[in-house]
Design a protein around this ligand. Structure first.
Ligand SMILES: Cc1cc2nc3c(=O)[nH]c(=O)nc-3n(C[C@H](O)[C@H](O)[C@H](O)COP(=O)(O)O)c2cc1C
Length: 403
């Protein structure tokens, strides 16, 4: 029997919702009764070994392909949202003038080509940062280039901004009927000399402006030669000037303002933090994202993969990133907001970053280990802190804790 086209599409979408939920939530049935939280965890622990038996990048590609297929169908996206994201409570926060439903977003790097924005939002993130996208397509570094450090709850990656380039990125995303907040993270191509880096950032920013709720300039990946040199004052002053001018030009052309954030590494010395803080204030950036991955290898690492070259993320970067946020908060004087990222797993980790100075949060590595149930757990935990303290909002609770 020939299946009708729409029916076939829906069956395919249902299959992908199931696969997405299997990978991201550990659940294989998505109709009827919702399994208990305990059952979800049991199923997730069954699903994880299958997923983790694959090469990390292959597992990532399978999961992202499923989410990409889900994203193409409103019906499937709605199913995924009802089954997963709808369970995350509201806990509103404002950052860069954007109202987020709750403070937990997805950090850059998982969806570099904007292939799965609707499905990733449906999983429960209040914002999804796509990219890093570069002006031209480029393959990134040689494989293997992503490594799980399971014993350390960490990841090392040296992807090297593999991306289809900004044209392909834009072909994948449309602003129509979008529900979540879309961040777009831009970077420079590997073959652009560092002295001409600004032209790549300006070019990418101008191209993505109309599709972004905010734009991030990523100058802190350790996997593109010399990129982190852009954090030095002699490069940074001119770079931030060029990016700011491009943003203001775009504001005139499009008639609305899209905020801009700068993403930094956790490996900065105190005097570097002070200088960067002064520059983001003077160039009127809207936010600072702290932090990217680290090139440090803490003594505590146990995994045999710990000597792989690249950026380390997850649990071992948590303290470094929080310390960095605390330092930036001290120097930014509330003039530029902070997005905190690095090793967040629990509500207590999230709370620590918020009290240290973050106004909004992002996660990546622990999401790979825990699945989307962690979004709900973190937001619920933060909500309990707000309610227990008798505060009217999360920002009120944070202000009280910071004083
Ligand atoms: C596999 C992988 C790829 C990443 N790619 C990017 C990227 O393209 N751009 C970027 O700004 N950050 C990238 N990151 C860094 C994350 O966005 C985040 O800043 C960092 O991993 C720390 O957060 P976490 O400990 O929650 O993972 C990547 C991280 C991982 C693990």
């Amino acid at each position: 029997m020939q299946l009708h086209g729409t029916c076939k599409m829906r069956l395919r979408s249902c299959f992908c919702v199931a696969v997405s939920r299997f990978f991201f939530n550990g659940l294989v049935d998505f109709g009827g009764n919702r399994p208990s939280i305990k059952a979800r965890f049991m199923l997730y622990s069954l699903a994880r070994p299958a997923l983790f038996s694959l090469d990390p990048e292959a597992a990532h590609d399978i999961a992202l392909n499923s989410l990409s297929t889900v994203s193409k169908s409103r019906f499937a996206t709605k199913q995924l949202e009802r089954a997963t994201g709808a369970g995350v409570p509201d806990l509103p926060v404002t950052c860069m003038g954007i109202n987020f439903r709750h403070p937990v977003g997805l950090a850059a790097g998982l969806d570099k080509d904007a292939r799965a924005f609707p499905a990733l939002s449906a999983l429960g993130f209040s914002g999804v940062e796509m990219g890093t996208v570069t002006p031209k397509p480029q393959p990134g570094n040689e494989k293997p280039r992503m490594f799980r450090l399971v014993e350390d709850q960490a990841i090392i990656n040296r992807m090297g901004f593999n991306s289809g380039g900004v044209d392909a990125f834009l072909a994948n995303i449309t602003k129509d009927d979008r529900t979540g907040v879309a961040g777009i993270n831009v970077g420079k191509n590997a073959d652009t000399p560092i002295e001409r880096a600004a032209s790549d950032y300006v070019n990418a920013l101008q191209r993505v402006y109309s599709q972004a709720d905010y734009i991030t300039a990523n100058i802190s990946s350790p996997n593109t030669k010399s990129l982190r040199d852009l954090q030095n004052a002699n490069f940074l002053d001119n770079l931030l000037l060029d990016i700011k001018q491009a943003q203001l030009k775009c504001e005139k052309v499009h008639g609305y303002y899209v905020p801009i954030a700068l993403k930094v590494a956790p490996d900065l010395a105190e005097d570097e933090i002070e200088t960067i803080a002064e520059l983001v204030i003077s160039h009127k950036f809207d936010a600072l994202i702290a932090t990217n991955t680290t090139i440090e290898r803490p003594e505590s690492l146990k995994s045999t993969q710990k000597h792989q070259a690249g950026g380390l993320s997850g649990a071992p970067v948590k303290e470094m990133s929080t310390k960095c946020i605390r330092e930036f908060y001290r120097h930014l004087n509330g003039e530029v907001q902070i997005i905190g990222v690095g090793g967040i797993k629990t509500a207590d980790d999230a709370w620590e970053k918020l009290v240290a100075g973050a106004d909004y949060l992002q996660i990546y590595s622990q999401f790979i280990y825990e699945g989307p149930s962690m979004i709900k757990n973190i937001v619920n935990g933060l909500l309990s802190k707000v309610n227990q303290g008798g505060f009217a909002s999360l920002s009120e609770a944070i202000s009280a804790a910071r004083n």
